[in-house]
Ligand binder design. Structure first.
Ligand SMILES: [Zn+2]
Length: 329
């Protein structure tokens, strides 16, 4: 585990070009390889979890997660205040979420009081039963419904960890004040799950976007709303934000994260355009998956598992067959 103070980078990031080594005020900003692949970035498994202090009391938490042959990071964010700790997104199982809870306890004596379900998918919620019982769990109604359904289906399966069902709902915006810190829970539109929440810290100008922002990870669309997702990112881009925090992929300097959010928006557009092109040729989804060419995105993490799902999902949208709520996982 290593803790890195990013606050200096927050200041420098705005003026330092990221693609070359820059010496500025005796600080060297190393070139960053823009990839979701931890090994191409020079990391080893021992470098994780990776915790960075993004602003006073605000931390990102990145842990490696295997997907087939590949590994990539799943990102949570936590905010430490004098009235408790707010955690945005858990990890993928009880062991990993407990590990995060233990790491938080090394940083503060404050208890975890709030958990925000920004993505209802299992890799961000399946370990939530590790959180203390007396907490407020916020979610968008769509995600709350998904988790309630999962909880009901669990009864017969005693081996799986219990599902933590949300007990507070965010329709559009909820403004929390915790130890004098303003924390906004925002629904900016349907994106990766349909119940996508973001956590906005207006003073620090940080926006945790969860899975609506996948940094150099191939657009994962199994329960997405493809064109609404693009609009949601544009809404986030129009906000007063210095640092956009992704739900998968690396947490970089504010400047790189801003650039990569635009790269990601363009990646979504590219995938949608490719699916549209193939759809217009009259191909069915299976044929389209065979013929799809994703250009630069061919080398992105999870391309092999997510390319076909993305085509299928855009085809559903083009055929007017997207479900009304983000029900499938
Ligand atoms: Zn997901």
């Amino acid at each position: 585990m290593r803790i890195i103070a990013l606050m200096l980078t927050l200041v420098l990031g705005a003026c330092a070009p990221a693609t070359e080594d820059v010496v500025q005020n005796d600080v060297v900003t190393q070139e960053v390889v823009r990839t979701g692949d931890p090994y191409a970035r020079g990391y080893t498994d021992e470098d994780f979890p990776r915790i960075q202090e993004l602003a006073e009391g605000v931390y990102s938490y990145e842990q490696l997660r295997p997907a087939g042959e590949e590994k990539f990071t799943t990102v949570s964010m936590f905010v430490v205040t004098s009235e408790g700790v707010l955690v945005a997104d858990g990890q993928g199982n009880v062991i990993e979420t407990q590990r995060m809870i233990d790491e938080i306890a090394k940083i503060t004596d404050q208890p975890i009081t709030h958990v925000i379900v920004c993505s209802d998918h299992g890799d961000h919620t399946a370990g939530n039963s590790a959180f203390p019982e007396a907490i407020t769990v916020w979610a968008h109604p769509t995600s709350a419904e998904v988790l309630e359904r999962n909880a009901n289906q669990m009864n017969s399966d005693s081996e799986a960890a219990p599902v933590l069902v949300p007990n507070a709902l965010v329709e559009e915006t909820e403004v929390l004040s915790l130890g004098g810190k303003e924390i906004q829970l925002r629904f900016l539109g349907r994106a990766h799950t349909g119940g996508d929440l973001s956590v906005y810290l207006p003073e620090e100008k940080i926006l945790f976007m969860s899975e609506a922002y996948l940094n150099r990870i191939f657009p994962a669309m199994r329960s997405a709303y493809p064109s609404e997702w693009v609009a949601m990112i544009e809404k986030a881009q129009a906000m007063d934000v210095d640092m956009y925090v992704p739900g998968h992929g690396f947490v970089e300097s504010p400047q790189i994260l801003k650039e990569e959010l635009e790269t990601y928006r363009q990646a979504l557009v590219q995938v949608i355009e490719e699916a549209k092109r193939l759809h217009a040729l009259g191909l069915n989804a299976e044929e389209a998956i065979e013929q799809a060419q994703f250009g630069d995105l061919e080398t992105w993490s999870l391309r092999s598992s997510q390319g076909s799902r993305a085509i299928q999902r855009v085809f559903l949208e083009l055929n007017g067959e997207l479900p009304g709520s983000g029900q499938e996982n």
